[in-house]
Structure formats: structure tokens, C-alpha cells
Design a protein around this ligand. Structure first.
Ligand code: GDP
Ligand code: GDP
Length: 438
């Protein structure tokens, strides 16, 4: 968990092509799962049994040319602060440009492991042209072609080698395990106010304990007789030095906290409604298969009538579909209204996340459901689902065994997911569903 690789580089060097190549083998699996929205900028990579997150920093740059340079500069700086390994990508077909030079100057101050990647080396005769990039003084050069994939295997080996080791699980951890919550959201939605409301609340015991991952602070709470750990990144408390109103920062600074928690409290600002940036952050939680509670904060500012809350809820659900089985709480962190309800729902989502359905019960219920509404025959072949089991993993994962898994289509998967939710209650939790041949 929590190992981040950032790709930096000016536009058109091939960052997103490379990103897609890294994430696509996994995407093939992930896209088959229910409730996963695609994100072009943030993904998970698995290589020789090692997992890490990769972020295409360029994917977050919007706007005209003049804001471009400043934005890229800020992104490089943030990447240097937040990532574990930095990939600086350049383009052999253009050689060194002005912007490459500026980025290289920034990156020379970097203390993290960095790899200089020369992209678009589609054939060996381009190798000679890569040499000019040694001028940067950024060490060894990795020639690759994101298009053909050449060189990417060696590069991945090296990335994995440079990553910090995966945290070793304590054997006793499961027994003493407390729910780990984190608060996420755009700047100014009220994250610190919510945190302070919790900290200032009656009888809350605050014990700072060592964060399980670098850069996070874990605080053990005993609040309203409930025990939990709040994972905080430095980013939540301390305002960033640079403009924090850029989507990229919220995302970059949320990754670590999200990855090391069980349930995310996603705060949105009621006076502004759900924004595109909110969806990017939400996507991080979903992609990491974390529990989710949506907190619509600053509800005190909204002029209300009978249907305001329902309308608001409906609009959120439309935007976050298909993962709509999520608690949504309307609160005011400032007036300390419904903050208890938030924690209560967080604990319930945690229970759902850890829920293990007995195999016989699961089969009793789901095989009946399937019998009444079997998957449609495809190419004249009947699909028989014979058996289902919940895999023992960190988050609810179901394995359905059948004769022809490749013929099970998305709508049927969704149907199965809905039935699992109806019968076993998994509110706030993304479900993973696989069909396997047997
Ligand atoms: P980004 O702006 O850095 O994300 O760059 P893109 O991934 O969008 O790529 C910019 C252009 O370079 C696109 O037309 C790609 O098809 C092309 N491109 C990317 N990687 C390669 C490569 O390895 N070889 C060649 N020949 N073209 C590439
Ligand atoms: P953060 O950047 O997400 O940590 O946001 P802050 O907690 O710093 O809050 C940003 C601003 O919104 C501050 O001026 C807060 O006083 C205000 N704020 C936070 N929660 C509420 C709320 O529930 N109601 C109102 N009216 N203002 C709030």
C-alpha cells in the first residue's frame, strides 16, 4: 500500500500513452469488476507481485499555454514532495526543448529516486539520438517506446527495485485492528473544521501514534464510546505552499491517506455542489476499494424547503452512478451538527467492509436468485452458475463459478451486485465480483 510513482514531463512526450500501457493489463481485470469508474490519470500497477500507484501528473493540467508552465512547475514540485519514485519523461523525436530544460532544473533539486525516461525510441536507430539527454546530469537514461512496449519491462523492474519496501503485516494486527478513517475532499470544503469538531468534542481521547506509513499521522479516537483511528496526511492540516486550488494537489495529497485507511469520509461543500474535482477524489477511494461515506458539509448555509435534501441527494447519486449504495449525510462541521451521525455511518461502513458471508448462506440466497433470473444464453449456449464463495480479502470479493464466464455481460454482473447488496447489506462498500470457469 501507499507506494506512489509519478510521471512528469511536458505535454506530448507520451506520458498518457505510457500510463495506459502500465495500467492496461490490470485494467482488463478491473474493468470487468462492478462499480469501478475509469480514470485516465491515476491507476494501480502490478509487476512481479509488487503493487504500486501510478499518477500521470500531466493529465491534470488544464488551461491555456501561459498558465501551463506555472502549472507544470507546481506539479513537478508536488510530485517531488509526494511521490516515492519520479519518472521524468522526454521525447527522442524532438530532442531537448525549453520546457524540458526548465523541468530538469527543478528536478535536479529532487531527493527522491528519479528515472530519466526517453520515450518514442521505437527502433534501435533512434538510440543514438537519446544521448543528448545525458546533458541534464540526471543519471542513467532509460530508452523506451510506449507505443511498442520496448524497454518497458526493464524499466518496471527498476521502478520496483527503487520503491520503498511494502510494509510488513504484524501477525497480531488483525486482533487489535481498529477502523481506520480518513477525511478527504477539495480545499475549503471543511476538512479541518470537521477534524477540529471531532477533536474538540467531549470525551474524545486523542493519542497520536506512529503513522503506519511515512507522512501520515494516525490519531486514536475514543469518541461517543466508539474507537477508531483517523489517518491524516500533513496536507490536511498544513496548507500547501503553492496554490492549493488545483485538482492535482487534492488528488496527490489524498492518495497516501486513502490508501492507508479503510473508510473515507468524502466531504463536499453544500454551497457549491458536487464538482468535477470532487469526482476525481471520489474515484481514488473507489479505485482503492475503500469504504465511503459522503458528507455534504455547510448544510447550514443552504436555504431549505421540504425537498432540498432529497433533490441534492438525487443529483449526487446521478453523478456517482453506478456506485450509489453510499451513505450521504448532510452536516455542519462548524455548528457540530450531525458529526456523530458521520462517525456512526463510518463505523457501519467499516463493518460492511469486513463482513464475511457464510458460504452456505451465500449459495442458498444467490443460487435461488440466479435460478429465477439466469444469465441470458449466448451463441446458443446456456450459462450455468454453480457455486459462489466470498474470498477472504481486505474488501468484499465474490467468486462465482460457472461453465462459460466469458459470456457473462456487464448488465448481468450489475444485477448480481444489486442482489448481493439487497440481501446482505454492503452500503458504502465497493464490491468485487469475478466469474471463473469450473
Ligand atoms: P502526453 O501529453 O505526454 O500525455 O503524451 P501522449 O501520451 O498524449 O502522446 C503524445 C503523442 O505521442 C501521441 O500522438 C502518441 O501517440 C505519441 N506517442 C506516445 N508514445 C509514443 C512512442 O513510444 N512512439 C511514438 N512514435 N509515438 C508515441
Ligand atoms: P479545508 O480546507 O477543507 O480544511 O476547509 P476548512 O475546514 O479550513 O474550512 C474552510 C472554510 O469553510 C472555513 O472558513 C470554515 O469556517 C468554513 N466552514 C467549514 N465547515 C463549515 C460549515 O459546516 N458551515 C459553514 N457555514 N462554514 C464552514
Amino acid at each position: 500500500m501507499s507506494r506512489i510513482v509519478a510521471i512528469v514531463g511536458r505535454p506530448n512526450v507520451g506520458k498518457s500513452t505510457f500510463f495506459n500501457r502500465l495500467t492496461e493489463s490490470r485494467k482488463a481485470i478491473v474493468d470487468n469488476l462492478s462499480g469501478v469508474t475509469r480514470d485516465r490519470h491515476y491507476g494501480k500497477v502490478e509487476w512481479i507481485g509488487q503493487e504500486f500507484s501510478v499518477i500521470d501528473t500531466g493529465g491534470y493540467v488544464h488551461g491555456s499555454d501561459d498558465v501551463f508552465e506555472a502549472a507544470i512547475r507546481d506539479q513537478v514540485i508536488t510530485a517531488m514532495e509526494e511521490a516515492d519514485v519520479i519518472l521524468f519523461m522526454v521525447d527522442v523525436t524532438t530532442g531537448i526543448t525549453d520546457l524540458d530544460d526548465k523541468m530538469a532544473n527543478l528536478l535536479r533539486k529532487n531527493k527522491k529516486p528519479l528515472l530519466l525516461i526517453c520515450n518514442k525510441v521505437d527502433h534501435n536507430d533512434r538510440l543514438a539520438e537519446t544521448h543528448e539527454f545525458y546533458k541534464f546530469g540526471l543519471g542513467e537514461l532509460w530508452p523506451i517506446s510506449s507505443q511498442t512496449g520496448s524497454g518497458t519491462g526493464d524499466l518496471l523492474d527498476e521502478i520496483v527495485r527503487l520503491l520503498p519496501p511494502e510494509p510488513v503485516k504484524d501477525e497480531n494486527e488483525e486482533e487489535v485492528k481498529l477502523p481506520r478513517f480518513t477525511i478527504i475532499g477539495r480545499p475549503n470544503v471543511g476538512k479541518s473544521t470537521f477534524l477540529n469538531a471531532l477533536t474538540g468534542a467531549e470525551r474524545s481521547i486523542v493519542t497520536p501514534i506512529a503513522g503506519t506509513t511515512r507522512d501520515t499521522i494516525d490519531t486514536h479516537y475514543n469518541l461517543f464510546n466508539k474507537e477508531f483511528i483517523l489517518v491524516d496526511t500533513a496536507g490536511i492540516r498544513k496548507k500547501a505552499k503553492v496554490h492549493e486550488d488545483i485538482e492535482f494537489y487534492s488528488v496527490m495529497r489524498s492518495i497516501r491517506a486513502i490508501e492507508s485507511s479503510d473508510v473515507c469520509f468524502m466531504i463536499i461543500d453544500a454551497s457549491e455542489g458536487l464538482q468535477a474535482q470532487d469526482l476525481s477524489i471520489l474515484n481514488l477511494a473507489e479505485k482503492n476499494k475503500k469504504g465511503l461515506v459522503i458528507l455534504v458539509n455547510k448544510w447550514d448555509l443552504v436555504e431549505k424547503d421540504n425537498s432540498t435534501m432529497e433533490d441534492f441527494k438525487k443529483r449526487i447519486l446521478e453523478r456517482i452512478a453506478p456506485f450509489v449504495d453510499v451513505p450521504i449525510i448532510f452536516m455542519s462541521a462548524l455548528e457540530k451538527q450531525r458529526i456523530f451521525k458521520a462517525i456512526e455511518d463510518g463505523l457501519e461502513v467499516y463493518d460492511n467492509l469486513k463482513k464475511q458471508i457464510k458460504t452456505h448462506l451465500l449459495n442458498d440466497v444467490m443460487l435461488k436468485v440466479i435460478e429465477n433470473y439466469p444469465p441470458p444464453a449466448t451463441k446458443g449456449k446456456y450459462i450455468r452458475i454453480k457455486y459462489v464463495t466470498q474470498v477472504k480479502t481486505k474488501n468484499p470479493t465474490f467468486l462465482f463459478f460457472c461453465n462459460l464466464p466469458q459470456y457473462i455481460k456487464e448488465p448481468y454482473k450489475r444485477f448480481i451486485e444489486n442482489k448481493l447488496r439487497e440481501n446482505f447489506r454492503f452500503t458504502g462498500v465497493p464490491l468485487t465480483i469475478f466469474f471463473r470457469e469450473k
